[in-house]
Design a protein around this ligand. Structure first.
Ligand code: NIG
Ligand code: FE
Length: 411
């Protein structure tokens, strides 16, 4: 029988204890756009409508594909806007060294750290990198993430950076999760090139080639990695060939890169444990998103976390991401990052949930497509084994995701 109202849905999700739409959030107290006993109608992989379960059931009575949330929390899928997910090997021995007192930047200076992952990643075949990355993406999806940004940066020469970017492209063509590619040739200076040559290569013709594979250009601005002058040179060159910009800034030392990158129009600057008030003002002026990565100080056992309140106070959008990588945060759990954001970065539950969804979408320029349950956006949703978002940090350390729905389909 055809429906006369003229509205058809491919699926409806009903009986959410709370539906977090992240929409209509005019006031801070309703940042999450909560609908009690909410429901969602889905059509062609997109959100068609949100409302109360009673309304949606009535309106879409002809829809036979009903997903019953059984009084669980329903919200947008997590957006992990900063990862280094493609790599070979692991660095658990470095964790042990750090537990004996070694320091992350000293290990890097001694040609360990990123360099050891570069060695392993260069030695691995594209197929090996692809296969391990698929396994990681499957786990990430199980943990509620529906869009992932992935950086290169463990190749540090043309052949291996290209190999990484091609693997990232193949992942986006073959995996159900959406993947946003970022070129991070400027992760550190490789062992087998001198500083001047490497900078020249990074900022030269190779950029054109890599811009065919990646949407964003990223640089690790830090003492021992790229200094302020080098960061500026690279961001300028990358912008010149059409890259959107990101930067790793203020992780251990504030060298002024947050302000520089923001003034140059960076979409996001990431880490931000250390930042001056002057640079905060530049971020506020430019609309650059602050991406906080609290899994990093947690894993490196630092007491210095980024302070979300300093950004929020100035109206700077704050996002959370895992930074999933083998050296400074081998966790891909956005639920854990929400917990750390609340417990260590001064975020409210609402701040942290918005940071893991709509603000993370802003950090990858996808706020018109994902990050909230707005009609017309992708039907990327998760159903969690809890009733209220406050229970995410409460039940920390376990995967609360019952179902992940990507483009309207359960995966
Ligand atoms: O974001 N800080 C630089 N890059 C990564 C770590 C990469 C690694 O240690 O392999 C980060 O923390
Ligand atoms: Fe990173």
């Amino acid at each position: 029988m055809r429906e006369t109202a003229g509205k058809f849905a491919d699926a409806i999700i009903i009986n959410a204890s709370q539906l977090l739409t992240l929409e209509n959030s005019s006031s801070d107290s309703d940042l999450l756009g909560i609908l009690d006993n909410g429901a969602v109608a889905i059509k062609d992989g997109l959100i068609l409508e949100t409302g109360l379960t009673s309304e949606i059931v009535k309106k879409f009575s002809s829809c036979s594909n009903i997903i019953d949330a059984e009084k669980s929390l329903v919200m947008p899928g997590f957006v992990d806007c900063h990862t280094h997910l493609v790599f070979a090997g692991n660095r658990s021995s470095e964790m042990e060294m750090r537990l004996q007192g070694a320091d992350y930047l000293d290990i890097l200076k001694d040609r360990g750290g990123i360099h050891s992952t570069v060695k392993a990643t260069r030695a691995a075949s594209a197929n090996e990198l692809f296969d391990t990355a698929v396994k990681r993406l499957d786990l990430i999806a199980e943990n509620g993430t529906t869009t992932v940004e992935i950086k290169s940066g463990y190749g540090l020469n043309e052949e291996s950076e290209l190999k990484m970017l091609k693997v990232i492209k193949k992942l986006s063509e073959n995996h159900s999760l959406d993947i946003i590619p970022t070129y991070l040739g400027a992760h550190t200076f490789p062992d087998d090139s001198n500083r001047v040559d490497y900078l020249e290569w990074l900022s030269g013709d190779s950029l054109q080639l890599f811009s065919k594979y990646a949407e964003f250009f990223d640089v690790f601005s830090e003492e021992g990695a790229f200094n302020l002058e080098e960061t500026e040179l690279l961001l300028r060159a990358a912008k010149g060939v059409g890259f959107k910009l990101k930067a790793h800034v203020g992780q251990f030392n504030d060298i002024g890169a947050a302000g520089l990158a923001s003034s140059m129009g960076a979409v996001s600057v990431d880490h931000l444990e250390n930042i001056s008030d002057e640079d905060l003002d530049k971020m506020a002026d430019s609309g650059t998103v602050a991406v906080l990565l609290p899994g990093v100080p947690f894993f490196l056992q630092s007491s210095i976390y980024p302070d979300a309140k300093r950004f929020i106070k100035r109206g700077i959008p704050v996002a959370l991401a895992t930074d999933f990588n083998p050296g400074s945060c081998p966790s891909y759990s956005m639920q854990m990052m929400i917990t750390l954001g609340i417990f260590y970065c001064g975020m409210t539950v609402a701040d942290a949930v918005a940071a893991a969804t709509i603000n993370a979408a802003k950090a990858i320029n996808r706020e018109d497509e994902i990050g909230s349950l707005k009609p017309g956006k992708k039907a990327d949703l998760i159903i969690l084994n809890i009733e209220r978002p406050e229970e995410i940090p409460y039940y920390f350390g376990t995967n609360l995701v019952k179902k992940t729905i990507k483009n309207g389909r359960i995966i």
